[in-house]
Each structure stands twice: as C-alpha cells, then as structure tokens.
Design a protein around this ligand. Sequence first.
Ligand code: CMC
Length: 428
Amino acid sequence: MRDAILTYDGKEYRLPVVTGSEGEQALDISALRKQSGAICFDPGYVNTGACTSAITFLDGEKGILRYRGYPIEELAAHSSFLEVAYLLIYGELPKAAEFAAWSDSIRRHSMVHEKMRRFYDALPKEAHPMAVCSAAIGALSTFYQDSLDPRDPQQVMVSIHRLLAKMPTIAAYSYKTSIGQPRLYPKNNLDYASGYLRMMFGTPCEDYEVNPVVAKALDTLWILHADHEQNCSTSTVRLVGSSLANLFASVSAGIFALWGPLHGGANQKVIEMLQRISAGGESGKQFLERVKRQEEGVRLMGFGHRVYKNFDPRARIIKKACFEVLEQLHVQSRLLDVAIELEEQALADPYFVERKLYPNVDFYSGIIYQAIGIPVNMFTVMFAIGRLPGWIAQWVELQADPTFKIGRPRQIYTGAGQRAYVGLADRD
Ligand code: CMC
C-alpha cells in the first residue's frame, strides 16, 4: 500500500499506511508533529488507533467479534470462561495438561489475606460494589509487593494467577459486606462460576447447592464480556499500565472506568429503566418519545455502540440465552416483555434506524442476572469479572510492545492568553 500524502500549509507529508491482518487500514501520523508542528484532533478517539493488537478482532459493520481468531459464537457455545481467559492471555487454546494446570492454579489462589477480609469492614455498608472492588484490587497490591514489577515475567505471571483467582472472592465479599452476612472462604473444588455463586449466596449455616443452569449462564456471560479491544476501560488499563504502574493498579483503574453508565454501568441502568416502565409510570412508547426528544440524561440504555453499527453479536447470543435460561429456571419476567417491546419499537423507528442504534451486550444481560438472583448493584461487577482476562491480556501485550511509550495525548489549548497576576485586594 502506497503512503498517503497530506498537504498542509503548502507542504506535503508522507503518511505510511499500516495494514492489519484483516485488512484494516490506518494512516501512521506518529511523525506528523515532529515534521509539521501540527497534531491530530480527534475527540473521543473516534478515529484514533492507539496500538496494534493481536488479541481481539471486531468488525462493527458486519457484527463480527473474534478472540485470537475464534468467533465469539463458537467460544460461547463450546468453551469455558477459564479456557477463554487462557486463550486471551497466552494467545492459544490450552492443551488438556495446560488447562488442568491453569485451572488448578486459579482455584488454589482464591483465598485472600485475613487482613484483606477485614478491609471490607472499613467501608460504608451502602458502598457501591464497583467502588469496593476497585478499592480492594488496589489494596491487593499492598499484600504482594514481591510481584509488582511489570517487566519481570515471573512476577507478572504470579500476579495474573492471583488476580484472576481472587476476583470472584473479592466481588462476593463486596456483596456479603453490604448485606451484613459472613464472608465465606472459597472452596477450591468448585469451578470458577460455581465457586463464585457459593460465596455470593451461601452461608456458613448450611450447604449451598449450585444450580448448574445458573453456573453455566454466568460462565457464558463472562465469556461474552471477556474482551472487546480498545474500549474505555481497556484503554484505561493500558494508559495506566503505560506509566509502568503494576497490574493491580492498572486493573483497579479499569474497574472505575467500567463503572460509568455509558460503559459497563449500562447493565444496571437498563434494568432500572425497564423497572420504571414496568411499574407503569410511563409506557415504553412515551419513554421512547422522551429519548427521541433527547431530553437531558434520557437515553435508551443498552442501545447503541461506538463500534457496532449493524448489530452486536454478543447481544444476539445473550438474547437467545435469556430465553433459554428463563425457561430452564421457570422464571416469568415482565421486564423481558418490556425489553422485547422496546426493542421492537426502536428497531422500527427512523430515529434509531438512521443512527444505527441496536441492542448492545447490556440490553438483555441484566434480565439473566436478575433471573439467576444477582442483585442489580452487582450487575456491573459481573461485567468486571468477565472483562478481567481481557484487561490482563491487553496489559501484558502493552508491556511487550516494541513501540512501548507512556500514553500521553495532546490538546489544543482554548483558554485565556497570558495575563498579569492581580492581587486579591485589587480584584473587582
Ligand atoms: N439512546 C438514544 N439515542 C442514542 C443512544 C441511545 N442509547 N445512543 C446514541 N444515541 C444517539 C445520540 O443522541 C446521537 O444522536 P445525534 O446525532 O442526534 O446527536 C447519535 O445517536 C450518536 O450518538 P453518540 O453518543 O455520538 O455515539 P457514541 O458512539 O459516542 O456513543 C454509546 C456510544 C454506547 C456511548 C451510546 O450509544 C450510548 O450512550 N448508549 C447507551 C449506553 C449504553 O448502552 N452503553 C453500553 C455500551 S455496550 C457495553 C460497553 O461497551 O460498555
């Protein structure tokens, strides 16, 4: 591919074309400022590629999502979350012995330090679990100061195992603390999802029986959330990691980025929206009218995506899973009826069609979470558990990138010109 030519201020600049393995193209402007003095302006990074990556391929026009080349549909149907985590982090599906060693190690690192268990008591009972989880992951770094060096492969490997293994424990403890129940020790003979469900819903008073339908549903949801290339939280993890901050610090920041309602926090907002409509305050049609009038803060949550402009393949899988899980658990959901009605109306409405707005991963996931008993304020934590392998894989890839540089966007200053300081007494 020939270089692109940019003409600016009477001069020509050659911009090399970078081509990805699926034919995606970018104009390399990395030397532009040095050569021309100008920078590129791209609010929201809508057109900006910040890295090359071999982890996840996404084609928003065709609705394609692949982890390390494997279509998301196949992984959701045949794989397990821990296997997908291995795939994302190490690049290949594990062989049987590799998977046995991997899952054994993840099971065995699930306990947290006793002092860490008490850490939760210092936080208010009504704290949002996302804030608690981010704080807890940050705090984990204080217990593992022997393994924080991002440039030491052995230390990074130990941190990866610890993080993945302890995440369900940390998440379940944030919930248990909020309802005033004892925090259970993990049981290492259970699989990842079952172990989490037991710590979430079990008590020391009686044995907790894991429903395999529920464990499978959770595992599938986590696979679907496991990576999504350079989204807001992943870019946050990379940006923080680019200062050579350790993996715990970078992931802690990523959890906070995910919490926002335009990102992972949308799953909580979707269910709250459906609940309001279902409670009869206003009809779906009336609500959509307010969305279309673009009233302050009113959006059809769980709809639209920066990259998907046709359909979100994850949403298709989740919608199907939603019907299956509700049927298997014999759950009737009024919220599912409302969601279907909203989706049908929106997809037939020019406002949404013209803007290419479709259901995203968050539109139906909350209905499954609700059916399997996950409380609403834990929905985004479920997303965080699922996204953890992706954050780790992207952080590891960044550290090994031969073009590694600290992330540091530029700006166009629009403030006041130079002015002289005026003393307090002289200001009118
Ligand atoms: N409801 C109503 N209008 C919308 C919506 C929506 N959900 N999403 C976008 N629009 C409109 C928006 O008002 C704008 O209209 P106009 O051109 O008239 O100003 C147009 O569509 C383009 O929107 P945008 O905000 O410029 O698009 P974006 O790519 O910056 O935003 C988004 C993507 C996901 C933040 C946005 O679609 C949104 O806010 N969706 C609702 C929140 C949500 O469901 N987030 C979860 C995303 S998927 C999971 C994840 O990755 O975290």
